[in-house]
Design a protein around this ligand. Structure first.
Ligand code: SF4
Length: 242
């Protein structure tokens, strides 16, 4: 008999409204290869934490909510879901059989070859481009942006819809030059259906304290309304859908 496919998850949210179109069942998977300075879920980092669950069991849980998420769908988030591609594929295949729309919310911190089976199984991706500058990205997250950009190119090739997410951190990513470079890079992609520019916030800071991890952005201010409006204008000028 085949072994059941299992994965590790951190938690679920049964009526998520911010992780893809419509009301969604969101699964936060455990484990992340990045260490973003602004992370609000550092408790998802350790791949050994969380709870082990079989794909079949998770699909059954999702199925019990299917009437509520029929017009929305299911999003696998994290942590980094693409660290567990076979599990993600199994869960998404099960959701597809239930007639549910599926999305992966990823930081693109995993090589494309590893991530492909999971990406192919999803209806769409929510993809973080953390910093358009490779060195800046390494400073911000511990990794450069090459995997994320490869995943974006792949989505363009196969016509997979993508929503881009970008966190604007004053002094790091919230710089006119970087925003212009990012908008110029994203401009030609037909697969990009939406760009979400997310103002940096410190709502997860308490988790860093609980885990005794030094939080380096304690003195960083949240962007002003004016800064956010100027950033959005750059993307709109480049014809990107906000
Ligand atoms: S990719 Fe997400 S979960 Fe991982 S460190 Fe960055 S913000 Fe946190």
């Amino acid at each position: 008999m085949n072994q059941p496919i299992t994965g590790r998850i951190h938690s679920v949210e049964t009526f998520g409204a911010v992780d893809g179109p419509g009301v969604r069942f969101v699964v936060f998977l455990q484990g992340c290869p990045l260490r973003c300075k602004f992370c609000h879920n550092p408790d998802t980092w350790n791949p050994k934490d969380g709870q082990e669950i079989s794909a079949a069991e998770l699909i059954e849980q999702i199925s019990s909510y299917r009437n509520f998420i029929r017009k929305g769908g299911v999003t696998l988030s994290g942590g980094e879901p693409l660290l567990q591609p076979q599990f993600v594929k199994a869960v998404l295949d099960g959701c597809r059989e239930l007639g549910l729309h599926t999305a992966i919310d990823t930081s693109g911190g995993v090589p494309l070859e590893t991530a492909k089976p999971a990406i192919d199984a999803a209806d769409m991706l929510l993809l973080d481009i953390k910093d358009i500058d490779p060195d800046g990205c390494r400073e911000l997250t511990g990794q450069d942006n090459q995997n994320a950009l490869s995943i974006l190119r792949y989505c363009e090739e196969v016509g997979k819809p993508v929503w881009i997410r970008h966190v604007m951190v004053p002094g790091l990513t919230l710089q006119t030059d970087k925003l212009k470079r990012l908008a110029a890079r994203l401009k030609g992609y037909r697969c990009i259906k939406n760009v979400e520019l997310l103002p940096f916030h410190k709502m997860g800071e308490y988790k860093w304290e609980e885990l005794h991890i030094p939080y380096s952005l304690a003195d960083t201010l949240e962007p002003t309304k004016d800064e956010v409006a100027k950033a959005k204008a750059i993307f709109l000028q480049n014809g990107l859908p906000l």
